[in-house]
Design a protein around this ligand. Sequence first.
Ligand code: BTN
Length: 251
Amino acid sequence: SEAINALLPGRKIDVLPVIGSTNQHLLDKIGQLSSGDACVAEYQYAGRGRRGRQWVSPFGRNLYLSLYWRLEQGPAAAIGLSLVVGIVLAETLHELGATGVKVKWPNDLYLEDKKLAGILVELQGKTGDAAHVIIGIGINLTMENTSTDQIGQQWINLEQSGIRIDRNTLAAAFINHLIDALHLFEKSGLTPFIERWYAFDNYLNREVKLIIGEREVVGVSRGINGQGALLLDQFGEVTPYIGGEISLRGI
Ligand code: BTN
């Protein structure tokens, strides 16, 4: 609700009752935005997930939030940025009492081995120019009656695991932490975040399967490197896998 603006004096957060997608809303306004401008919605009728999937967005029960950032160094500098967003969201949730929350490479949040939140980073801008970055997050708070089929995977909300966090408090804390992290990321890249990733990695030292198009690779996850690639250990030989079209499953 509008209460979020009271929690973030000096910031501009658009509160939208209904919108197609909060990411699209910001994409449509890129010329008018400054870094840190954000919007939240109660309901999205065309919520977007990664890889062209939909993001199921029932009214009033979850958090749908997007934030704009102008990345002076250009689109190439955005590599690893979505991992930073995941780390910051996990840290914020921990701070507010959701201590079981984990990150799943490259950009999901998991709780009890089920999907709790998703991150969609969309970029505009050509090489040589500043990049316009739209960071979108969707977190299941009290969503119910939505089938696994509709979501396409096992999901959970915070309430099911006994955690109640006020939406505005969560949104405000996340925005503050995210802006701090984006400044640090611009200055120092992914390096200062690697240890923070390890603290929340759901699959660290667990056996996983990577699905790369038609191909499947099995190994033990050893976290990430400085490019945000997943480190996969196969009988002692560690290979980095760069994100994009790869999906990770626990086995
Ligand atoms: C995924 O896991 O596939 C990413 C989901 C991202 C969903 C959020 S909800 C707010 C923002 N607006 C959108 O349309 N998508 C993101």
